[in-house]
Design a protein around this ligand. Sequence first.
Ligand SMILES: Cc1ncc(COP(=O)(O)O)c(C=O)c1O
Length: 409
Amino acid sequence: MADLPLLNTYGRLPIVFDHGRGPWLYDTDGNRYFDTFCGIAVSGLGHAHPAITQAIADQAARLMHCSNLFHTGIQQSLARKLCDISGMDGVFFANSGAEANEAALKLARLYGHNRGIHSPAVLVMDRSFHGRTLATLTATGNRKVQAGFEPLVSGFVRAPYNDLDAVSAIARSNPNIVAVLLEPIQGEGGLQVADPSWLQGVREICDHQGWLMMLDEVQTGNGRTGNYFAYQTFGVTPDVVTTAKGLGNGFPIGACLARGEAARTFQPGHHGSTFGGNALACAAASAVIDTLEKDQLMARAREVGDRIRSRLEQAFAGADYVRSIRGIGLMIGVELTSPCAELVPLAKTQGLLLNVTAERVIRLLPPLTLTDEEADTMVDQLIRILRLYAADDRQSPRSNEGPKGSQTP
Ligand SMILES: Cc1ncc(COP(=O)(O)O)c(C=O)c1O
């Protein structure tokens, strides 16, 4: 596959997929694989969900696109649904997570300028991930994502995640901060879960300083943590929230939602997108929300997530190669004591598609539609593969370090 006419941006496994159904993907040779991470938190209702397929087909037959110089009923109704769910006052529709975050970053700068801050800065976190555009890769707390793309965008200040003293110190020393952007659970950063008291403390600092609290829920949103947005689980309300990924179950759509003064900041001409809020994308997202609600899938994410985590905790209690099992709902990380990228090709030979992030964290993001039986199939496979991997490691050891523990806020 080396000579394919594709720019070389991904390290891909040599599998060609043809179709999917629920948590399963089928390759062109007819082999079946269990997809444990849903295209990185995208197909939250599973592959080829009939309600989404039908909604897209019906909308395609009526109207796929018209300019944002006009209204469509489907865009209006999706905006209303999202605002009702989130408590926000308005939505800007984009096509991806990075674009939703770009909208938030532009909104924050404009909000700052409106308040007389002419060099506004946004506070972002170590180990964060916000996308691959120039502004969002600058916001991202990972040098690997930034290296080679300098000069980076100005106007970002960084703090360690879950460290309220660091945020307070920056609030005292930097008058140019206008907003903070953070993920309630860092996905790419290795399933780091925010401490609820840290989030509440950041909220208080934002209120005191007049900063916008902006949450990147591109990965955590759309029901995955047991509520539509993770902030509803943590008991804080942001001023701006962004999402994408599971919003369209595979149809590209992103959204930047805002409330209060933040929602009144953009005026015509400040921001835009040809395809943002496209009728087809809105029909897909609207059907996703209806299905999440009708089938009570958010409660299900919490229930099946607890089942998966407790089975993994039981299986690996005392295993010296597992450092921690953590997460909320169907966003679960299994952190090993040493880098484990080799697990991915090994799991593939066993029919399991795995994602490893931050070098040593197996990230499980299965669909919210998972039955108990499917969840058990996934867990049984993972346990078997990890034990195989660890036994192999004992024959030719990798480096082992650090304590083992489990954290489930
Ligand atoms: C938290 C977060 N923000 C932003 C992005 C970027 O989203 P996209 O790839 O749709 O641009 C991602 C993608 O992984 C993400 O996890």
